[in-house]
Design a protein around this ligand. Structure first.
Ligand code: NAD
Length: 488
């Protein structure tokens, strides 16, 4: 199979004809060759987006919304094809792609399709004789760069609010997972999106991504990925003072108090770390247990982890698939040695499964490590895999100090039956999202994003529409008198 770039409403080869293979993480076989955008292709995409901007931004908001709603319908019509493509390219269990990724993607497009004509400006009560109104205008051409862990969902999270607000888009998927995004481009054309409004340029981060971040024709760059790349994007964007939105890494604290419903907390904590093989920025990767329940919790939690059905993602019985690339699998496994070197204890997993049929893939067993201190590297650095670090605490103050003791502040959770404690902790935790007696809930209406080194800006909800617009303040003299030369 061969796939091309999507520029100005057409599928085209890269200007220099180069391609990049995309692999199946189940066995590392080549699924397809995908055109690899270079800087000339990004330039073409930006030019197309600039040409498309005036008419797209002036289109009635309801008409923009109608196209996004049509796309949501088409995603549902093509649900099975999209789910299979996503599982093949990323390793997500097909069960997840069907039940979560595709429905959540459609829901996001539908939410912002409906939002397009409901997002409105304001009137400010200023001094008598004047009317002051605020227009929310699109920023122009938006560059969007997404990672490989949830490609289908993240393209929706980024593109849907940007388009609803009247921007045009140049989006770069991650080099290893471009397939579902290119399928969405096809569906967009079918939904009636005018040429040039969305341009998809798969390619290398260091080339196409960097050029998007630097490009003088792009007014805003929205990025999801690692904190290190986020910093490079901020630097690259300074040339034309782009608006920047960053969704970066995390080291989610997931705190279990001694009064928690233990079975709910065990199940929820497994979901927090092992869903999508732990490749989630909001993963509950620091499992913090009250010392009174730690032993019983860990015994049951480890038994659950060992029972998870690892296997080919296309098999509907599979609960955990492979990691998305061999390079990433090796990085995750290297943290087992990092843990040991600092005195950590391996409780479960820590190796690839010993099964012939999985031996060519990027598999890692669900891994549980108990750290010696909250400062250990495995308690501080994002591993981004099915790898959970366990820490214990004695009281609320200690729990809070450990939870807030990293550079990150993205998702976090806590399990308790005590109402006051739950709300007090939620107030004090350094995080963009807190889940109480649950973990990893997302909804198109609920703002998503982080603080500290987890980035800034919010996706989803009204906040996302604000991020993709800028305010213009218009003053009108509504009083019929001729104004004096010197305002009084
Ligand atoms: P990454 O930073 O390596 O790559 C992300 C994207 O940036 C890719 O498309 C890549 O090609 C591109 N890129 C790389 N170098 C670039 C450069 N110099 N200029 C412009 N673009 C460049 O991240 P990754 O390993 O693909 O993804 C995993 C990371 O993403 C984790 O840290 C994870 O926490 C984070 N993440 C954050 C969120 C969130 O919402 N906060 C969500 C998912 C993933």
């Amino acid at each position: 199979m061969r796939h091309q770039l999507f520029i100005d409403g057409r599928f085209v080869d890269a200007a220099d004809g180069r391609t990049l293979p995309t692999l199946n993480p189940h066995d590392n076989s080549v699924i397809a060759e995908v055109a690899m955008a270079g800087t000339a292709d990004v330039d073409r995409a930006v030019a197309a987006a600039q040409r498309a901007f005036p008419s797209w931004s002036r289109l009635a908001a309801a008409d923009r919304g109608r196209i996004l709603l049509k796309l949501a319908d088409l995603i549902e019509t093509h649900a099975e094809e999209l789910a299979r493509l996503e599982s093949l390219d990323t390793g997500h269990p097909l069960k997840d792609s069907r039940a979560l990724d595709v429905p959540r993607t459609a829901a996001c497009w539908r939410y912002f399709g409906g939002m397009a004509d409901k997002f409105q400006g304001d009137v400010v009560p200023v001094e008598a004789g004047f009317l002051n109104y605020l227009l929310r205008e699109p920023v122009g051409v938006v560059g969007q760069i997404v990672p490989w862990n949830f490609p289908l969902m993240f393209t929706a999270w980024k593109m849907a609010p940007a388009l609803a607000a009247g921007n045009t888009v140049v989006l770069k998927p991650a080099e290893i997972t471009p397939l579902s995004t290119l399928k969405i481009a096809e569906l967009m054309a079918e939904a009636g999106l005018p040429d040039g409004v969305v341009n998809i340029v798969p390619g290398l981060g260091s080339v196409a991504g960097q050029h998007i971040a630097e490009h003088p024709g792009i007014a805003k760059v929205a990025f999801t990925g690692s904190t290190a790349t986020g910093r490079r994007i901020v630097q690259a964007s300074s040339g034309n003072l782009k608006k920047v939105q960053l969704e970066l890494g995390g080291k989610g604290a997931n705190i279990v108090f001694d009064d928690a419903h233990l079975t709910a907390a065990i199940n929820g904590s497994a979901w927090a770390i092992f869903h999508n093989q732990g490749q989630a920025c909001i993963a509950g990767s620091r499992l913090m247990l009250h010392s009174a329940i730690a032993d019983e919790f860990l015994e049951r939690f480890a038994a659950l982890a060992r029972s998870i059905r690892l296997g080919n993602p296309m098999d509907t019985a599979t609960e955990m698939g492979p990691l998305t690339s061999a390079q990433h699998r090796d990085r995750v496994l290297s943290y087992v040695d990092v843990a040991r070197e600092q005195g950590g204890e391996l409780i479960a997993g820590g190796r690839p499964p010993a099964r012939d049929e999985l031996s060519r893939g990027c598999y890692v067993e669900p891994t549980i490590v108990r750290a010696r201190t909250p400062q250990d590297r495995v308690a501080q650095e994002e591993v981004f895999g099915p790898f959970v670090t366990v820490l214990t605490f004695k009281d609320d103050d200690e729990a809070l100090a450990i939870a807030n003791g990293t550079q990150y502040g993205l998702g976090s959770g806590l399990w308790t039956a005590n109402l006051q404690r739950a709300h007090r902790m939620a107030r004090e935790m350094k995080a963009g999202m807190v889940w109480i007696n649950s973990y990893k809930r997302v909804n198109p209406g609920s703002p998503f994003g982080g603080v500290g080194q987890s980035g800034y800006g919010r996706e989803m909800g009204f906040d996302a529409m604000r991020e993709y617009t800028q305010v213009k303040s218009v003053w009108v003299n509504v009083d019929a008198q001729t104004p004096p030369w010197y305002p009084r």
